[in-house]
Design a protein around this ligand. Structure first.
Ligand SMILES: [Zn+2]
Length: 392
């Protein structure tokens, strides 16, 4: 009797040693579990298959675009991996992505002729219902906000003449979408800054999983920066941490809509690099054409990326010197432009930062096809950031 209970207890102890490795967010590879528990590979493999068969753990496929290092399969707690719905607001349409443990499972676009219109709300509801019929109940809805969001899930910057009319229009559109969905969906509806979502995605499932402090740079569709410290997003007390576009990089630059002068944001005619390149060539360019120009080493396209990277280095130098991140992850969407961008960024950081402060710094290519989607999956509202509404 005692021996029998002892066997059961030891099996339970071994299982709990495995489960103690999981923090509820991070997916772990088998080798990491072996390292953390100190158990043999054989014992860990056997326990993982028992826990997976019982449905406590899920095997997940970690989506990557770069050269794979460790195996792409990992394990996660099932209780932490219900799918989430990511919503991106783009012009007068919404991009919907249902994201599960294996990455993006389904996407759709819904037109929003006006926020007051009810057709688009039905469209979101139908997409979610269809996805849930095939999958599982959606854990929460994340609206990706192209502006800083404070701890309460509200826009960090209030309406202000200094911020300009276009900011107000954008903020009101995103907030309007959020308000309608809070009323219409019986799920928590959260709002999170887009650059911070991407940073959390790469830190949780991509290039920066092993980093103690990582900085993620969004580049291709506007310069943005997200910080992840010790696996947690760092957004500052009011949600505005990482606003690299408003670092002053020149004393002679023009006034910026933020109220500052000579900000990084004032140095480019448009924040979208493909549009900027199209301006240089005097003709429209598809993203694939822009990539092809860089891949063919076209001097104008390569030169533009180098110029952008040098200016970003100037803005980033202070953060890097003070924070000493171990990893800077560069936008996976850079594609072939990663090479000239990374090389010029490294040159710039070497020029503007003390050598000892950057000796351990790695510049890595983003690994995820959709870092924001991965970030939505990993995102957990903290105690401070209460769910704005909706019934959990
Ligand atoms: Zn500014």
């Amino acid at each position: 009797m005692t021996a029998h209970r002892g066997q059961r207890s030891s099996a339970a102890l071994l299982e709990s040693a495995i489960l103690d490795c999981f923090d509820g967010v991070t997916a772990l590879h088998r080798a990491e579990i072996v390292q953390r528990t100190g158990l043999s590979r054989t014992v860990v493999a056997s326990l993982l298959s028992v826990l997976t068969a019982r449905g406590v753990l899920l095997m997940t496929h970690v989506e990557r675009t770069g050269t794979p290092g460790r195996p792409a399969f990992a394990y996660q707690l099932r209780s932490a991996v219900g799918p989430v719905l990511l919503i991106r607001v783009s012009g007068s349409a919404l991009g919907l992505s249902l994201v599960g443990p294996g990455g993006v499972r389904d996407t759709a676009a819904v037109a929003v002729p006006s926020v007051a219109d009810s057709g688009w709300v039905d469209g979101v509801r139908e997409f979610m219902a269809k996805a849930e019929a095939a999958q599982a109940r959606t854990r929460h809805v994340v609206i990706s906000a192209p502006f800083p969001v404070n701890q309460a899930g509200e826009p960090a910057y209030p309406s202000s003449p200094a911020l300009g009319g276009s900011y107000d229009v954008l903020r009101q559109a995103v907030e309007g979408v959020r308000r309608r969905l809070v009323d219409a969906l019986d799920r928590p509806v959260l709002m999170v800054n887009d650059a911070q979502l991407a940073a959390l995605g790469e830190a949780s499932f991509g290039a920066a999983v092993d980093a103690r402090a990582s900085v993620h740079l969004s580049v291709r569709h506007g310069i943005g920066c997200g910080l992840v410290l010790g696996g947690q997003p760092f957004t500052g007390p009011d949600g505005t941490a990482g606003e690299i576009a408003h670092v002053r990089i020149t004393d002679t630059g023009p006034d910026c809509f933020c109220g500052g002068t000579g900000c990084l944001a004032t140095q480019f005619g448009t924040k979208d690099i493909d549009l900027a390149l199209a301006g240089l060539y005097g003709r429209p360019l598809t993203p694939a054409e822009a990539d092809a120009l860089v891949a063919a080493n076209d001097p104008r396209a390569v030169g533009y990326y180098r110029e952008v990277a040098l200016k970003v280095a100037r803005a980033l130098a202070g953060i890097v010197t003070v924070l000493t991140p171990d990893v800077i992850v560069l936008d996976a969407e850079l594609g072939p432009a990663h090479v000239p961008f990374a090389s010029s960024l490294a040159d710039g950081l070497a020029r503007y930062c003390p050598p000892l402060q950057v000796q351990g710094l790695r510049l890595l290519r983003g690994r995820l096809r959709d870092a924001q989607a991965a970030g939505a999956m990993a995102y957990r509202p903290t105690g401070e950031q209460r769910l704005p509404a909706g019934r959990p």
